[in-house]
Ligand binder design. Structure first.
Ligand SMILES: CC(C)(COP(=O)(O)OP(=O)(O)OC[C@H]1O[C@@H](n2cnc3c(N)ncnc32)[C@H](O)[C@@H]1OP(=O)(O)O)[C@@H](O)C(=O)NCCC(=O)NCCS
Length: 211
């Protein structure tokens, strides 16, 4: 197993793997391979922290990091990290590769001076990686809401004191869907389907903690 930075010649294989990993998971079809393509061009994207995982010369997992920000009530801005997409080739899922990729990049992030990560994700994938609800660290959205899927990990214990923060995600994730169809033509085509697991995504992505 080799964990390394992504090179331009990897892009198509990585995007193809991401498409296979996300297809019909959160909704019929997926756009995470297109998101990855757009993310790489954004100034907040962090190629020095993003990684691919190779096994026998094949890329089977990847994670993409971006700068994000916490803002306290006085307007002070703290630079933190977010990541996504995180994807593992379907036939290699649930074998520890996602965990290995996260553990590796958490150490790299600490070495680069970052002390916290906020993500939106399925809690079941992340609580065993040290993520907790943002509610526990008093981190809300700007409107005061605490989405159930908004999770935080302190890379350095105690990095976030008890003050209230709001999370400002990078505009890198505001992808214009207009370019999707042309971009996707280069990839293998699959059938979009409605599946029960998409309801799980709908529920947790529309939920918030109230106390
Ligand atoms: C989510 C994903 C990145 C996880 O990577 P992975 O390599 O499959 O997961 P790992 O084997 O490293 O396990 C990670 C955790 O998942 C959970 N997990 C493992 N096997 C599981 C199973 N069969 N069922 C449910 N949860 C399981 C565990 O909490 C595990 O942590 P543990 O090792 O402490 O028990 C990967 O499955 C994937 O690409 N899924 C599709 C795309 C996606 O949903 N990406 C994340 C968006 S939030």
């Amino acid at each position: 197993m080799v964990i390394r930075m992504e090179e331009p010649q990897d892009y198509f294989n990585v995007e193809s793997m991401i498409k296979r990993a996300f297809w019909n998971v959160n909704a019929p079809g997926c756009d995470e391979h297109y998101l990855t393509h757009c993310l790489r061009r954004h100034p907040d994207y962090l190629p020095g922290l993003s990684r691919v995982l190779e096994r026998d010369g094949q890329i089977i997992a990847a994670v993409f990091y971006t700068r994000a920000c916490l803002v306290d009530d006085s307007g002070y801005e703290k630079e933190i990290l977010t990541f996504g997409p995180l994807a593992v080739e379907p036939s290699f899922q649930r074998q520890g590769y996602g965990k290995a990729l996260l553990a590796h990049t958490f150490e790299a992030a600490k070495a680069q001076g970052y002390d916290a990560i906020v993500i939106f994700g399925h809690p079941g994938n992340y609580v065993s990686r040290g993520f907790v609800s943002c509610r526990r660290k008093n981190i809300s959205l700007k409107n005061g809401a605490f989405p159930a899927a908004m999770l935080v990990k302190e890379l350095v214990p105690g990095a976030l004191d008890s003050r209230h923060w709001y999370y400002r995600e990078s505009a890198a994730y505001d992808v214009d869907p207009a370019g999707y169809d042309a971009f996707d033509q280069a990839f293998e085509q699959y059938v979009p389907k409605t599946e029960p697991r998409q309801e799980e995504f709908y529920i947790y992505s529309h939920s918030a903690l109230t106390r």
